[in-house]
Design a protein around this ligand. Structure first.
Ligand SMILES: Cc1cc2nc3c(=O)[nH]c(=O)nc-3n(C[C@H](O)[C@H](O)[C@H](O)COP(=O)(O)OP(=O)(O)OC[C@H]3O[C@@H](n4cnc5c(N)ncnc54)[C@H](O)[C@@H]3O)c2cc1C
Length: 424
Protein backbone atom coordinates (compact mmCIF):
# COMPACT_ATOMS: atom_id res chain seq x y z
CA UNK A 1 0.00 0.00 0.00
CA UNK A 2 1.23 3.50 -0.81
CA UNK A 3 -0.03 6.82 0.51
CA UNK A 4 0.97 10.44 0.35
CA UNK A 5 0.56 11.24 4.08
CA UNK A 6 0.34 8.42 6.61
CA UNK A 7 -0.99 9.19 10.10
CA UNK A 8 -0.38 6.61 12.85
CA UNK A 9 -3.02 6.97 15.54
CA UNK A 10 -6.67 7.96 15.16
CA UNK A 11 -7.04 9.80 18.44
CA UNK A 12 -7.81 13.54 18.57
CA UNK A 13 -4.28 14.46 17.35
CA UNK A 14 -4.33 11.98 14.46
CA UNK A 15 -7.88 12.91 13.42
CA UNK A 16 -7.07 16.64 13.48
CA UNK A 17 -3.87 16.03 11.50
CA UNK A 18 -5.72 13.96 8.91
CA UNK A 19 -8.48 16.55 8.55
CA UNK A 20 -5.97 19.39 8.06
CA UNK A 21 -3.90 17.43 5.52
CA UNK A 22 -6.91 16.09 3.59
CA UNK A 23 -8.56 19.53 3.53
CA UNK A 24 -5.32 20.77 1.94
CA UNK A 25 -5.90 18.38 -0.94
CA UNK A 26 -3.45 15.63 0.04
CA UNK A 27 -4.09 11.89 -0.03
CA UNK A 28 -4.26 10.75 3.60
CA UNK A 29 -4.34 7.34 5.27
CA UNK A 30 -4.93 6.96 9.01
CA UNK A 31 -4.01 3.75 10.79
CA UNK A 32 -4.95 2.73 14.34
CA UNK A 33 -4.89 -0.48 16.33
CA UNK A 34 -8.36 0.09 17.81
CA UNK A 35 -11.50 -1.10 16.01
CA UNK A 36 -12.82 2.50 15.88
CA UNK A 37 -11.27 5.92 15.60
CA UNK A 38 -11.34 8.37 18.52
CA UNK A 39 -8.28 7.33 20.53
CA UNK A 40 -8.46 7.10 24.30
CA UNK A 41 -10.79 9.96 25.11
CA UNK A 42 -13.29 9.44 22.28
CA UNK A 43 -13.04 5.65 22.39
CA UNK A 44 -15.76 3.82 20.52
CA UNK A 45 -16.12 6.01 17.44
CA UNK A 46 -18.65 8.60 16.34
CA UNK A 47 -21.75 6.86 17.76
CA UNK A 48 -20.32 7.18 21.27
CA UNK A 49 -18.88 10.69 20.82
CA UNK A 50 -19.24 12.26 24.27
CA UNK A 51 -19.34 15.98 23.43
CA UNK A 52 -20.28 18.46 20.66
CA UNK A 53 -16.54 19.04 20.03
CA UNK A 54 -15.96 15.31 19.53
CA UNK A 55 -19.03 15.02 17.27
CA UNK A 56 -17.76 17.94 15.19
CA UNK A 57 -14.36 16.29 14.69
CA UNK A 58 -15.93 12.94 13.75
CA UNK A 59 -18.15 14.74 11.23
CA UNK A 60 -15.22 16.56 9.60
CA UNK A 61 -13.17 13.36 9.59
CA UNK A 62 -16.00 11.45 7.85
CA UNK A 63 -16.68 14.17 5.27
CA UNK A 64 -13.18 14.20 3.81
CA UNK A 65 -11.71 11.48 1.57
CA UNK A 66 -9.53 9.94 4.32
CA UNK A 67 -8.65 6.25 4.13
CA UNK A 68 -8.84 4.58 7.55
CA UNK A 69 -7.14 1.32 8.38
CA UNK A 70 -8.43 0.17 11.77
CA UNK A 71 -7.49 -2.82 13.90
CA UNK A 72 -3.93 -2.67 12.55
CA UNK A 73 -0.91 -2.22 14.78
CA UNK A 74 2.38 -0.85 13.57
CA UNK A 75 5.16 -3.18 14.66
CA UNK A 76 8.13 -1.80 12.78
CA UNK A 77 9.26 0.84 10.29
CA UNK A 78 12.15 2.34 8.41
CA UNK A 79 12.36 6.10 7.98
CA UNK A 80 15.00 5.98 5.24
CA UNK A 81 12.86 3.64 3.09
CA UNK A 82 9.72 5.58 4.07
CA UNK A 83 7.85 2.44 5.08
CA UNK A 84 6.11 1.10 8.14
CA UNK A 85 5.02 -2.48 8.81
CA UNK A 86 1.56 -3.12 10.28
CA UNK A 87 -0.04 -6.34 11.44
CA UNK A 88 -3.79 -6.73 10.96
CA UNK A 89 -5.71 -9.89 11.79
CA UNK A 90 -3.66 -12.64 10.16
CA UNK A 91 -1.94 -10.48 7.58
CA UNK A 92 1.00 -8.16 7.64
CA UNK A 93 1.32 -5.17 5.38
CA UNK A 94 4.03 -2.74 4.38
CA UNK A 95 2.82 0.82 3.87
CA UNK A 96 4.92 3.32 1.91
CA UNK A 97 4.48 7.00 2.60
CA UNK A 98 5.79 10.31 1.46
CA UNK A 99 5.25 12.04 4.83
CA UNK A 100 4.49 10.46 8.18
CA UNK A 101 2.62 11.90 11.16
CA UNK A 102 3.07 10.07 14.45
CA UNK A 103 0.05 10.58 16.72
CA UNK A 104 0.52 7.50 18.88
CA UNK A 105 -0.75 9.06 22.12
CA UNK A 106 0.13 7.86 25.59
CA UNK A 107 -0.48 4.98 27.94
CA UNK A 108 -1.04 4.79 31.68
CA UNK A 109 1.77 4.93 34.20
CA UNK A 110 1.50 2.06 36.69
CA UNK A 111 3.43 2.29 39.95
CA UNK A 112 3.92 -0.89 41.98
CA UNK A 113 2.74 -1.16 45.59
CA UNK A 114 1.87 -4.22 47.67
CA UNK A 115 -1.17 -5.93 46.16
CA UNK A 116 -1.28 -3.92 42.92
CA UNK A 117 -1.45 -7.13 40.86
CA UNK A 118 -4.62 -8.43 42.58
CA UNK A 119 -7.65 -8.88 40.30
CA UNK A 120 -9.89 -5.86 40.83
CA UNK A 121 -6.99 -3.40 40.95
CA UNK A 122 -6.69 -1.69 37.58
CA UNK A 123 -5.42 1.35 35.79
CA UNK A 124 -7.79 4.30 35.85
CA UNK A 125 -8.16 4.47 32.07
CA UNK A 126 -8.26 0.68 31.87
CA UNK A 127 -11.12 0.31 34.36
CA UNK A 128 -13.04 3.03 32.54
CA UNK A 129 -12.45 1.33 29.19
CA UNK A 130 -13.66 -2.01 30.62
CA UNK A 131 -16.76 -0.37 32.09
CA UNK A 132 -17.47 1.31 28.75
CA UNK A 133 -17.15 -2.07 27.05
CA UNK A 134 -19.74 -3.66 29.31
CA UNK A 135 -18.04 -4.74 32.56
CA UNK A 136 -20.87 -4.60 35.17
CA UNK A 137 -20.21 -1.84 37.70
CA UNK A 138 -23.69 -1.07 39.07
CA UNK A 139 -23.75 -1.31 42.88
CA UNK A 140 -20.00 -2.10 42.98
CA UNK A 141 -17.85 -0.14 45.42
CA UNK A 142 -14.92 1.63 43.78
CA UNK A 143 -11.96 3.59 45.16
CA UNK A 144 -10.21 5.82 42.65
CA UNK A 145 -6.68 6.90 43.45
CA UNK A 146 -3.70 8.50 41.80
CA UNK A 147 -3.47 11.97 40.39
CA UNK A 148 -4.90 14.48 37.93
CA UNK A 149 -8.27 15.47 36.49
CA UNK A 150 -8.81 12.02 34.98
CA UNK A 151 -9.71 10.86 38.52
CA UNK A 152 -12.74 13.15 38.51
CA UNK A 153 -13.73 12.23 34.94
CA UNK A 154 -13.64 8.50 35.71
CA UNK A 155 -15.42 8.99 39.06
CA UNK A 156 -18.22 10.90 37.32
CA UNK A 157 -18.57 8.10 34.75
CA UNK A 158 -18.73 5.40 37.45
CA UNK A 159 -21.18 7.38 39.56
CA UNK A 160 -23.44 7.97 36.55
CA UNK A 161 -23.45 4.26 35.73
CA UNK A 162 -24.55 3.15 39.19
CA UNK A 163 -21.24 2.34 40.90
CA UNK A 164 -20.62 3.47 44.50
CA UNK A 165 -17.52 5.66 44.35
CA UNK A 166 -16.46 5.57 48.00
CA UNK A 167 -13.36 7.76 47.73
CA UNK A 168 -11.22 9.77 45.33
CA UNK A 169 -7.66 9.81 46.67
CA UNK A 170 -5.55 12.52 45.00
CA UNK A 171 -1.85 12.32 45.82
CA UNK A 172 -1.20 16.03 45.12
CA UNK A 173 -1.29 18.34 48.14
CA UNK A 174 -3.87 21.04 48.86
CA UNK A 175 -1.35 23.82 48.00
CA UNK A 176 -0.71 22.38 44.51
CA UNK A 177 -4.41 22.12 43.78
CA UNK A 178 -5.05 25.70 44.93
CA UNK A 179 -2.18 26.98 42.70
CA UNK A 180 -3.54 24.94 39.79
CA UNK A 181 -7.04 26.36 40.37
CA UNK A 182 -5.66 29.92 40.31
CA UNK A 183 -3.77 29.22 37.06
CA UNK A 184 -7.04 28.33 35.35
CA UNK A 185 -8.24 31.94 35.01
CA UNK A 186 -6.92 31.93 31.43
CA UNK A 187 -8.91 28.75 30.70
CA UNK A 188 -12.55 29.42 31.66
CA UNK A 189 -13.79 26.34 29.81
CA UNK A 190 -11.59 24.17 32.05
CA UNK A 191 -13.05 25.87 35.15
CA UNK A 192 -16.56 25.13 33.88
CA UNK A 193 -15.57 21.50 33.21
CA UNK A 194 -14.01 21.08 36.67
CA UNK A 195 -16.99 22.66 38.44
CA UNK A 196 -19.46 20.49 36.49
CA UNK A 197 -17.48 17.34 37.27
CA UNK A 198 -17.10 18.16 40.95
CA UNK A 199 -20.76 19.05 41.38
CA UNK A 200 -21.78 15.76 39.74
CA UNK A 201 -19.79 14.10 42.51
CA UNK A 202 -21.46 15.62 45.55
CA UNK A 203 -21.21 13.23 48.46
CA UNK A 204 -18.07 11.55 47.15
CA UNK A 205 -15.09 12.31 49.41
CA UNK A 206 -12.12 13.86 47.55
CA UNK A 207 -9.02 13.62 49.73
CA UNK A 208 -5.85 15.51 48.88
CA UNK A 209 -2.33 14.35 49.75
CA UNK A 210 -3.82 10.85 49.98
CA UNK A 211 -2.79 7.58 48.32
CA UNK A 212 -3.22 3.80 48.48
CA UNK A 213 -0.41 2.04 50.35
CA UNK A 214 -1.64 -1.53 49.93
CA UNK A 215 -4.35 -3.54 48.23
CA UNK A 216 -5.54 -6.57 50.17
CA UNK A 217 -7.57 -9.66 49.34
CA UNK A 218 -7.30 -13.42 49.08
CA UNK A 219 -8.03 -14.08 45.38
CA UNK A 220 -9.15 -10.62 44.39
CA UNK A 221 -9.37 -7.14 45.87
CA UNK A 222 -11.26 -6.93 49.15
CA UNK A 223 -9.91 -3.73 50.69
CA UNK A 224 -7.28 -1.02 50.36
CA UNK A 225 -5.09 0.62 52.99
CA UNK A 226 -4.91 4.38 52.52
CA UNK A 227 -2.67 7.10 53.89
CA UNK A 228 -3.26 10.82 54.30
CA UNK A 229 -0.42 12.43 56.27
CA UNK A 230 -0.22 10.43 59.55
CA UNK A 231 -3.64 8.90 59.21
CA UNK A 232 -3.78 5.32 57.88
CA UNK A 233 -7.04 3.46 57.41
CA UNK A 234 -8.67 0.54 55.64
CA UNK A 235 -11.55 0.74 53.15
CA UNK A 236 -13.44 -2.23 51.71
CA UNK A 237 -13.77 -2.12 47.97
CA UNK A 238 -14.74 -4.25 44.96
CA UNK A 239 -12.53 -2.29 42.58
CA UNK A 240 -9.64 0.15 42.73
CA UNK A 241 -8.83 2.29 39.70
CA UNK A 242 -5.38 3.80 39.99
CA UNK A 243 -3.85 6.38 37.67
CA UNK A 244 -0.51 8.07 38.26
CA UNK A 245 -0.50 9.91 34.95
CA UNK A 246 0.48 8.99 31.43
CA UNK A 247 3.62 7.97 29.54
CA UNK A 248 4.09 9.05 25.90
CA UNK A 249 4.09 6.23 23.32
CA UNK A 250 7.40 7.17 21.70
CA UNK A 251 8.78 3.70 20.85
CA UNK A 252 7.89 3.85 17.16
CA UNK A 253 9.54 7.27 16.84
CA UNK A 254 12.64 5.99 18.64
CA UNK A 255 12.78 2.98 16.31
CA UNK A 256 12.59 5.29 13.29
CA UNK A 257 15.51 7.28 14.70
CA UNK A 258 13.63 10.42 15.84
CA UNK A 259 15.17 12.35 18.70
CA UNK A 260 13.46 11.60 22.02
CA UNK A 261 13.69 13.91 25.04
CA UNK A 262 12.47 12.70 28.43
CA UNK A 263 10.37 9.98 26.73
CA UNK A 264 8.65 12.58 24.48
CA UNK A 265 9.18 12.88 20.72
CA UNK A 266 11.13 16.10 20.15
CA UNK A 267 9.48 18.39 17.57
CA UNK A 268 10.11 21.87 16.14
CA UNK A 269 7.50 24.64 15.82
CA UNK A 270 5.96 22.92 12.76
CA UNK A 271 5.67 19.65 14.74
CA UNK A 272 8.44 18.13 12.62
CA UNK A 273 10.66 15.57 14.33
CA UNK A 274 14.42 15.41 13.88
CA UNK A 275 13.73 13.44 10.67
CA UNK A 276 12.70 15.20 7.48
CA UNK A 277 9.01 14.69 6.58
CA UNK A 278 8.29 12.84 9.81
CA UNK A 279 5.99 14.84 12.10
CA UNK A 280 4.52 14.12 15.52
CA UNK A 281 1.52 15.49 17.42
CA UNK A 282 -0.47 14.90 20.57
CA UNK A 283 0.53 13.12 23.73
CA UNK A 284 3.44 11.25 22.15
CA UNK A 285 5.20 14.64 22.17
CA UNK A 286 4.29 15.38 25.82
CA UNK A 287 1.26 15.00 28.05
CA UNK A 288 -1.02 17.97 27.49
CA UNK A 289 -4.68 16.96 27.23
CA UNK A 290 -7.11 16.93 24.36
CA UNK A 291 -6.99 20.64 23.38
CA UNK A 292 -3.24 20.48 23.01
CA UNK A 293 -3.50 17.24 20.98
CA UNK A 294 -6.04 18.82 18.61
CA UNK A 295 -4.09 21.99 17.87
CA UNK A 296 -0.79 20.11 17.50
CA UNK A 297 -2.50 17.66 15.17
CA UNK A 298 -3.79 20.47 12.96
CA UNK A 299 -0.33 22.07 12.81
CA UNK A 300 1.27 18.73 11.93
CA UNK A 301 -1.35 18.09 9.21
CA UNK A 302 -0.88 21.51 7.59
CA UNK A 303 2.92 21.26 7.87
CA UNK A 304 2.99 17.80 6.27
CA UNK A 305 0.78 19.16 3.47
CA UNK A 306 3.21 22.06 2.92
CA UNK A 307 0.73 24.69 4.18
CA UNK A 308 3.07 26.48 6.53
CA UNK A 309 0.98 29.67 6.70
CA UNK A 310 -2.05 27.77 7.96
CA UNK A 311 0.19 25.94 10.42
CA UNK A 312 1.73 29.21 11.64
CA UNK A 313 -1.72 30.72 12.22
CA UNK A 314 -2.28 28.09 14.93
CA UNK A 315 0.92 28.69 16.89
CA UNK A 316 -0.81 31.04 19.38
CA UNK A 317 -3.52 28.51 20.19
CA UNK A 318 -0.82 25.94 20.79
CA UNK A 319 0.92 28.25 23.28
CA UNK A 320 -2.37 28.66 25.13
CA UNK A 321 -2.93 24.89 25.31
CA UNK A 322 0.71 24.29 26.30
CA UNK A 323 0.40 26.73 29.21
CA UNK A 324 -2.49 24.69 30.59
CA UNK A 325 -0.46 21.50 30.13
CA UNK A 326 2.49 23.02 32.00
CA UNK A 327 0.33 23.99 35.02
CA UNK A 328 -1.28 20.55 34.94
CA UNK A 329 2.05 18.72 34.96
CA UNK A 330 3.42 20.93 37.74
CA UNK A 331 0.37 20.59 39.98
CA UNK A 332 0.14 16.82 39.67
CA UNK A 333 3.85 16.01 39.89
CA UNK A 334 4.32 12.69 41.69
CA UNK A 335 5.38 12.80 45.34
CA UNK A 336 8.54 10.99 46.40
CA UNK A 337 6.74 8.91 49.08
CA UNK A 338 5.32 6.76 46.25
CA UNK A 339 8.84 5.44 45.59
CA UNK A 340 8.84 3.89 49.05
CA UNK A 341 5.67 1.81 48.61
CA UNK A 342 7.01 -1.44 47.07
CA UNK A 343 8.21 -4.10 49.49
CA UNK A 344 10.91 -6.69 48.77
CA UNK A 345 8.36 -9.17 47.38
CA UNK A 346 6.23 -6.65 45.46
CA UNK A 347 6.13 -7.61 41.79
CA UNK A 348 7.52 -4.89 39.52
CA UNK A 349 7.75 -6.73 36.16
CA UNK A 350 4.42 -8.54 35.91
CA UNK A 351 5.23 -10.40 32.68
CA UNK A 352 8.36 -12.05 34.09
CA UNK A 353 7.34 -12.08 37.79
CA UNK A 354 10.31 -10.03 38.98
CA UNK A 355 9.99 -8.59 42.48
CA UNK A 356 11.33 -5.26 43.75
CA UNK A 357 13.92 -7.01 45.93
CA UNK A 358 15.61 -8.56 42.89
CA UNK A 359 15.88 -5.22 41.11
CA UNK A 360 16.77 -2.62 43.68
CA UNK A 361 20.55 -3.17 43.61
CA UNK A 362 21.00 -2.79 39.84
CA UNK A 363 22.11 0.50 38.35
CA UNK A 364 20.48 0.36 34.92
CA UNK A 365 17.57 -1.22 33.10
CA UNK A 366 20.07 -2.98 30.81
CA UNK A 367 21.82 -4.69 33.77
CA UNK A 368 18.49 -5.65 35.35
CA UNK A 369 17.26 -7.00 32.01
CA UNK A 370 20.35 -9.14 31.47
CA UNK A 371 20.31 -10.60 34.97
CA UNK A 372 16.60 -10.99 35.66
CA UNK A 373 14.68 -10.67 32.33
CA UNK A 374 12.90 -7.59 33.73
CA UNK A 375 11.15 -5.93 30.78
CA UNK A 376 11.54 -8.90 28.43
CA UNK A 377 7.98 -10.22 28.60
CA UNK A 378 5.10 -9.60 26.20
CA UNK A 379 4.66 -5.95 27.20
CA UNK A 380 8.27 -5.27 26.21
CA UNK A 381 8.85 -3.11 29.27
CA UNK A 382 5.93 -0.78 28.54
CA UNK A 383 4.64 -1.21 32.09
CA UNK A 384 7.72 -1.92 34.21
CA UNK A 385 10.01 0.38 32.17
CA UNK A 386 8.25 3.55 33.31
CA UNK A 387 7.88 2.14 36.83
CA UNK A 388 11.63 1.45 37.16
CA UNK A 389 12.37 4.87 35.71
CA UNK A 390 10.31 6.42 38.52
CA UNK A 391 11.53 4.07 41.27
CA UNK A 392 15.24 3.84 40.42
CA UNK A 393 15.85 6.62 37.88
CA UNK A 394 16.81 4.11 35.15
CA UNK A 395 16.58 5.46 31.63
CA UNK A 396 14.66 3.41 29.06
CA UNK A 397 16.56 0.73 27.15
CA UNK A 398 16.97 0.93 23.36
CA UNK A 399 13.99 0.06 21.16
CA UNK A 400 14.09 -2.86 18.72
CA UNK A 401 11.44 -4.25 16.39
CA UNK A 402 8.79 -5.48 16.82
CA UNK A 403 7.67 -2.63 19.07
CA UNK A 404 4.52 -4.59 20.00
CA UNK A 405 4.04 -8.37 20.30
CA UNK A 406 3.75 -9.81 16.78
CA UNK A 407 3.25 -13.20 15.17
CA UNK A 408 6.41 -15.05 14.14
CA UNK A 409 4.94 -15.34 10.63
CA UNK A 410 4.80 -11.53 10.39
CA UNK A 411 8.43 -11.23 11.43
CA UNK A 412 9.47 -13.81 8.85
CA UNK A 413 7.35 -12.29 6.11
CA UNK A 414 8.73 -8.82 6.74
CA UNK A 415 12.28 -10.10 7.24
CA UNK A 416 12.51 -8.49 10.68
CA UNK A 417 15.89 -10.05 11.38
CA UNK A 418 16.19 -12.83 13.96
CA UNK A 419 18.94 -10.90 15.77
CA UNK A 420 16.64 -7.93 16.28
CA UNK A 421 13.60 -9.98 17.23
CA UNK A 422 15.40 -12.52 19.41
CA UNK A 423 17.40 -9.92 21.32
CA UNK A 424 14.11 -8.28 22.15
C1 LIG B 1 -6.18 4.87 29.01
C2 LIG B 1 -6.46 6.35 28.87
C3 LIG B 1 -7.72 6.87 29.13
C4 LIG B 1 -7.98 8.24 29.01
N1 LIG B 1 -9.23 8.71 29.32
C5 LIG B 1 -9.47 10.03 29.25
C6 LIG B 1 -10.75 10.57 29.62
O1 LIG B 1 -11.66 9.85 30.00
N2 LIG B 1 -10.92 11.93 29.57
C7 LIG B 1 -9.90 12.76 29.17
O2 LIG B 1 -10.08 13.98 29.14
N3 LIG B 1 -8.71 12.29 28.79
C8 LIG B 1 -8.46 10.96 28.83
N4 LIG B 1 -7.22 10.48 28.50
C9 LIG B 1 -6.21 11.44 27.99
C10 LIG B 1 -6.51 11.64 26.50
O3 LIG B 1 -6.28 10.41 25.86
C11 LIG B 1 -5.64 12.66 25.86
O4 LIG B 1 -5.82 13.90 26.47
C12 LIG B 1 -5.91 12.82 24.35
O5 LIG B 1 -6.89 11.96 23.88
C13 LIG B 1 -4.65 12.54 23.58
O6 LIG B 1 -4.93 12.42 22.19
P1 LIG B 1 -3.87 11.74 21.23
O7 LIG B 1 -4.48 11.76 19.88
O8 LIG B 1 -2.55 12.38 21.42
O9 LIG B 1 -3.70 10.25 21.74
P2 LIG B 1 -4.70 9.02 21.87
O10 LIG B 1 -6.09 9.46 22.07
O11 LIG B 1 -4.09 8.15 22.89
O12 LIG B 1 -4.61 8.31 20.44
C14 LIG B 1 -3.47 7.59 20.01
C15 LIG B 1 -3.92 6.42 19.17
O13 LIG B 1 -2.79 5.80 18.56
C16 LIG B 1 -2.95 4.41 18.58
N5 LIG B 1 -1.63 3.77 18.49
C17 LIG B 1 -0.56 3.94 19.30
N6 LIG B 1 0.48 3.17 18.90
C18 LIG B 1 0.04 2.51 17.81
C19 LIG B 1 0.66 1.55 16.94
N7 LIG B 1 1.91 1.11 17.12
N8 LIG B 1 -0.07 1.04 15.91
C20 LIG B 1 -1.36 1.46 15.69
N9 LIG B 1 -1.98 2.37 16.49
C21 LIG B 1 -1.30 2.89 17.53
C22 LIG B 1 -3.65 4.17 19.93
O14 LIG B 1 -4.32 2.93 19.98
C23 LIG B 1 -4.61 5.34 19.99
O15 LIG B 1 -5.87 5.03 19.42
C24 LIG B 1 -6.94 9.11 28.61
C25 LIG B 1 -5.67 8.59 28.31
C26 LIG B 1 -5.42 7.23 28.43
C27 LIG B 1 -4.04 6.69 28.10
Amino acid sequence: MTTDILVIGAGPAGMAAAVAAAASGREVTVLDDNPASGGQIWRGGSRKAPSPIARNWFRRFAQLPITTVLGAQVISGDASNRTIVAERLSSVEEIRFDSLILATGARELFLPFPGWTLPGVMGLGGIQALAKSGMPIAEKSVVLAGTGPLLLAVAAYFQKHGAKVTLIAEQADFGNIVRFGKSLWRHPSKIREAVALRSSLTGVPYRLGCWIEEARGRDRLESVRLRQRNRVWQLESDFAGIGYGLVPNSELAALLGCEITARCIAVNEFQQTSIDRVFAAGECTGIGGVDSALVQGRIAGYSAAGKSDQARALFRSRVHAARFAMHLNEAFRLRSELKGLPEVDTIVCRCEDIAYGRLKDFHSSRAAKLHTRCGMGPCGGRVCGSATEFLFGWSPDSVRPPILPARVASLIEQRITPEEAVTK
